[in-house]
Design a protein around this ligand. Structure first.
Ligand code: AMP
Length: 213
């Protein structure tokens, strides 16, 4: 299965991609995670990327095409992948189409995870990651016992640097201006499936699984 998960920051793409990936044994390709790894390594590229990510802007299409071509050419992606966070601009969607043509593999679906603006804000401002296990939690939505269990096990609730309110507003603006055209790109090609992504992780997962080809 080769799918693209589309949706605003906070729509749950990462959470759902991880679940689909674990269930279907398909690689989860998150460009945000790949960039954060580069930042953590402290390379020169990582330092440049960090400044862009901290402001909520986008890394250039050329750089992203290089990263994604290399990743999708790896043997583990030969039979399928779940793309999370790419494409994010119309140019990236065109680049992906050409790349998949070159690799001789079709895209099965582009799925839009649809969530209202107010919910996105709460999901993003409340989002935390357990420092020990990487588990994603939300201070507004996660059950208290889950949060207590992380703290009892000695984990810290870490907030992503780009999850502060100012950066979040810019990321949502960037989404509207640059990524919504990607939704139209797939709609015009009759490739788009829209999933209501409001609700619990399990409910959204059930809807998503039912919508996939
Ligand atoms: P994410 O974890 O998907 O929300 O990505 C975090 C940040 O990484 C974004 O706000 C961008 O600065 C950068 N980024 C991730 N994917 C892309 C992409 N496909 N194109 C450009 N920038 C990206």
């Amino acid at each position: 299965m080769r799918i693209v998960l589309l949706g605003a920051p906070g729509s749950g793409k990462g959470t759902q991609a991880k679940k689909l990936s674990a269930e279907g044994n398909i690689p989860h390709v998150s460009t945000g995670d790949m960039l954060r790894e580069a930042v953590a390594k402290g390379t020169r590229f990582g330092q440049k990327a960090k400044a862009i990510m901290d402001s909520g802007d986008l890394v250039s299409d050329d750089v992203m095409l290089g990263i994604i071509s290399e990743r999708l050419s790896q043997p583990d992606a030969a039979d399928g992948f779940i793309l999370d966070g790419f494409p994010r601009t119309r140019q990236q969607a065109i680049d992906l189409e050409e790349l998949l043509d070159t690799l001789g593999v079709p895209l099965d679906a582009a799925v839009l995870m649809d969530v209202e603006f107010d919910i996105l804000m709460k999901r993003l401002t409340g989002r935390r990651t357990c420092s020990k296990t990487g588990k994603l939690l939300n201070v507004y939505f996660s059950p208290n016992d889950e949060i207590d269990a992380v703290i009892a096990a000695g984990g810290e609730l870490i907030q992503r640097e780009d999850d502060n309110e100012e950066t979040i507003r810019n990321r949502l603006d960037v989404y509207r201006e640059q990524t919504e055209p990607v939704v139209e790109f797939y709609r015009k090609r009759n490739r788009l499936t829209v999933v209501d992504a409001d609700g619990s992780v399990d409910d959204v997962h059930a809807r998503l699984a039912a919508a996939l080809p």
